[in-house]
Design a protein around this ligand. Structure first.
Ligand code: HEC
Length: 186
């Protein structure tokens, strides 16, 4: 924590020096948003309103921690930039570290709250019929054994069609699947 403070102080000085450059970068990042957002929308499902259709958010989804994200993360840029860049927990950890390096200020508790919110709500869609074991592990938090079981099951039985289908895989923790159900696609 002290280290973080020290680093922040250091970056603060850096930032003061390069504030002009940063401003341009933020502006550029914001200008790029509409394009990035469009590019990252999940493909429209073939069948209308099927299960597994991802909600398309125009603002951060309401959930615990949203207020903290809004407070801390919308100081320099629109939260749309967050929405447009879904990533897994590790990705969000790295992003938060990067943002704190750029000058984002929050207590440790607030950063933890933000990480929990983002890792739960702003994650990329996971296609459980195509994702390799590495993605199943990183994005669904499955163990290597569970990920292997999912791949073995779909290889033998064909594509999963629903969450219930996916839950038929033996020895996979159903709670993990429920946790991520809004982000699983088939
Ligand atoms: C002190 C200003 C500042 C604050 C506060 C801030 N950011 Fe940023 N953010 C930036 C700048 C500058 C960029 C563009 C630079 C870049 O992309 O490297 C950026 C870009 C981003 C991007 C897109 C680029 C990438 O790395 O994917 C994401 C996502 C992001 N911020 C998330 C967050 C989150 C989450 C928070 C809250 C913890 C936050 N930001 C708070 C300055 C800030």
């Amino acid at each position: 924590m002290n280290q973080q403070r020290l680093r922040l102080a250091f970056v603060g000085r850096l930032r003061a020096k390069h504030i002009g450059v940063l401003g341009v970068v933020v502006l550029t990042a914001c200008l790029q948003y509409p394009v990035t957002a469009l590019a990252q929308q999940p493909a429209a499902p073939a069948a209308p309103a099927a299960k597994g259709t991802l909600p398309v958010h125009s603002e951060l989804p309401a959930a615990d921690g949203k207020d903290t994200v809004m407070k801390v993360c919308s100081k320099c840029h629109s939260p749309n930039l967050i929405l447009a860049n879904p990533r897994n927990r590790q990705g969000w950890e790295e992003t938060i570290t990067k943002m704190s390096g750029l000058g984002a200020m929050a207590t440790d508790d607030e950063f933890t709250t933000i990480l929990e919110y983002l890792a739960k709500n702003i994650v990329p869609p996971i296609n459980v019929n195509k994702a390799p074991t590495t993605i199943l592990m990183s994005d669904l938090a499955l163990t290597d054994k569970e990920a292997d079981a999912v791949v073995a099951y779909r290889t033998k039985n064909g594509d999963f069609k629903s969450l219930d289908d996916l839950k038929k895989v033996p020895d996979v923790d159903a709670k993990k699947l429920d946790d991520k159900k809004d982000h699983i696609v088939f």
